[in-house]
Design a protein around this ligand. Structure first.
Ligand SMILES: [Zn+2]
Length: 244
């Protein structure tokens, strides 16, 4: 897989990892008692509860407070769902309006190897944006597991490499460089498979093979990190899917 494909798959796994948490948070918020609607209804002027006084100030206050208690997760669920559905259409995948987002993400992962590199990068950017938005709302960090003491074979920064840990298979977790300015040819944020990184480190005279560095025989992975931000082309929208 090309770096573009690696970013796409890594971001898809990352979003898959937090999506269930977002759904759960949204459902739990909806189920919580004491909704504002009831309050508004009870205080509605002329409802009889407070017979008489059409007190606009009271109504406004209730409505204002009520708005603040809306389910903060629902808009994110809908935005991400609509983006995923749009992407599925864009990629010519069969679109089922009611299909769970998880199902789409799995379909995307299956489809990635057949995508052109530019399309894979575009997908990576869109998914990365959704992943970051969901994680930010849930106050969850990215899926990067930093590898201390190893220098990036491209920018020579120590401790900047990170494993993206969302892929359930530790051997398929890519390694990225978390330095924003560290790019591969074509402006693609640096990313390697484990094997590719081993080769790059072997070729790098700066390598000191410190502890914690991924070794050919050791699945030193932790988990993956989030995709970096494809800086180049792509949907203009959120720019780079990068963490940090
Ligand atoms: Zn680097």
């Amino acid at each position: 897989m090309t770096p573009q494909h690696l970013h796409a798959v890594a971001n898809l796994w990352s979003l898959s990892g937090v999506w269930p948490n977002l759904l759960r948070a949204s459902e739990e918020t909806q189920e919580s008692p004491g909704g504002d609607l009831g309050t508004v209804q009870a205080w509605r002027p002329g409802s009889g509860v407070h017979g008489g006084g059409t007190n606009d100030q009271i109504l406004e206050a209730v409505l204002r407070n009520g708005v603040g208690r809306d389910n903060p997760y629902a808009p994110r669920v809908e935005k991400t769902r609509s983006t995923i559905t749009w992407l599925a259409e864009h990629l010519d995948l069969p679109v089922v309006a009611t299909a769970p987002v998880d199902e789409y993400l799995a379909q995307f992962r299956t489809a990635v190897p057949q995508l052109r590199p530019a399309t894979a990068l575009e997908l990576a950017m869109w998914i990365g944006e959704q992943d970051r938005a969901v994680r930010k709302l849930l106050e969850r960090g990215d899926d990067h597991d930093l590898i201390p003491a190893t220098r990036c074979p491209r920018c020579d920064t120590a401790g900047s490499l990170a494993i993206r840990t969302s892929n359930p298979d530790p051997h398929l977790r890519p390694i990225i460089c978390t330095q924003r300015a560290c790019h591969m040819p074509g402006g693609i944020p640096s990313i390697w498979t484990r094997h590719q990184l081993m080769e790059a480190l072997a070729c790098s005279s700066t390598t000191t093979a410190p502890d914690g560095a991924p070794q050919p025989n050791s699945p030193s992975t932790s988990e993956e990190a989030s995709p970096s931000q494809p800086s180049a082309t792509g949907p203009a929208e959120t720019g780079s899917p990068a963490p940090a």
